[in-house]
Design a protein around this ligand. Structure first.
Ligand code: SF4
Ligand code: SF4
Length: 334
């Protein structure tokens, strides 16, 4: 059964970017070094920040990201520290290259999910977006993880450049033994916000195309026994709009110490908090928290500001639909 995943303040999700460096340079990468820093955190700092967030909220779910997190030589140590601190779950988001022999240093008991990013069902489509050889490297890393008994997920970021291959994914995921399929929507931030990307066709799909393809592909994957999660994006008439900034606890931590609560804010210096020493400090207004208070007819305020292309209006100025919080997901658990 399909359900909308309700927001909850009970479970904190900590998206911990250990570094911004990466071996790839995907055309739609959301990392913005000018806003997120270029440093690689030392293991001492990582351990100190993990302790800070564990103290703030027990059983937080941590997702280690980058850049490419496996480029960090001490990722295995960070995972073990998070486990020792009692984190609720530990996920690694990787492009599949799995540097530093990560899978030799951690066990499936220490990692709840290895998550791989692939943006095409074929190398031809994926590699145009993510770089030559990246399809083969990702699939090979994923298969290695499955063979070692790790729970795996795959993230497919849908855009105009790869929607046509999304329907091929469920069969592949079943063949590869993937447990969880995340369909993501392209956000206009980082590289995607640059004019060059938009001119070369890496643009979000229209509402009509999204709704005509994504729910059916999700259903197909679920029928094959794969859990599927995808963003709601477009609210139906009568559905409640909620901003995760109000009703959930998501923290997006970057190596320069900025902590955001909303991914759509990450291209701008309006982060809610900064880590100073080993303390989390609120930043002075105006910051993203003040934006979460605003109520507009279009739904999400940040969407209206940074990616209004997904809205349409009636002649009298009313929006034809509202845009959901980018963190609101639909899910089918088989
Ligand atoms: S693998 Fe991830 S971090 Fe690296 S360039 Fe691609 S999207 Fe960015
Ligand atoms: S995406 Fe929109 S609705 Fe969601 S947290 Fe950000 S501002 Fe709030």
């Amino acid at each position: 059964m399909k359900k909308t995943v309700s927001f909850s303040k009970e479970a904190t999700n900590l998206f911990f970017h250990l570094l911004t460096a990466c071996n790839l340079s995907c055309r739609h990468c959301y990392i913005n070094p000018a806003q997120h820093g270029t440093q690689t955190l030392s293991i001492e700092t990582i351990e100190s920040w993990l302790t800070l967030f564990a103290d703030r909220s027990p059983e937080t779910n941590v997702i280690f990201l980058g850049g490419e997190p496996t480029l960090h030589p001490d990722l295995a140590r960070a995972i073990k520290k998070a486990r020792a601190l009692g984190y609720g779950s530990i996920t690694i988001d990787s492009n599949g290259y799995l540097f530093h022999d990560l899978l030799e240093k951690v066990t499936p008991a220490e990692v709840d999910a290895l998550s791989f990013s692939l943006d095409g069902a074929t190398a031809a489509t994926n590699d145009v977006l993510r770089g030559a050889g990246s399809y083969e490297a990702c699939v090979s890393g994923l298969l290695k993880g499955v063979a070692k008994g790790f729970s795996t997920s795959l993230i497919y970021t849908v855009s105009d450049a790869n929607l046509h291959e999304l329907h091929k994914m469920p069969e592949l995921l079943e063949e590869w033994g993937v447990n969880h399929f995340f369909i993501q929507v392209l956000g206009i931030r980082g590289h995607s916000a640059e004019a060059e990307s938009q001119e070369s066709g890496i643009t979000p799909v229209t509402r009509e195309r999204w709704l005509s393809v994504v729910p059916q592909v999700a259903q197909d994957a679920a029928e094959r026994g794969i859990k599927v999660t995808w963003p709601k994006v477009f609210l139906d008439e009568g559905e409640v709009f909620e901003c995760a900034g109000h009703v959930a606890d998501n923290l997006f931590v970057f190596p320069n110490g900025r902590v955001y609560r909303c991914p759509l804010c990450e291209d701008h210096p309006i982060h809610a908090y900064t880590i100073e020493g080993d303390a989390l400090k609120e930043t002075p207004a105006i910051n993203e928290t003040n934006l979460f208070e605003l109520s507009i007819a279009e739904g999400c305020v940040m969407n209206r500001l940074v990616q209004p292309g997904n809205l349409e209006y009636h002649e009298d100025g009313r929006p034809k639909w509202r845009i959901a919080c980018c963190l609101l997901k639909e899910e089918i658990t088989p």
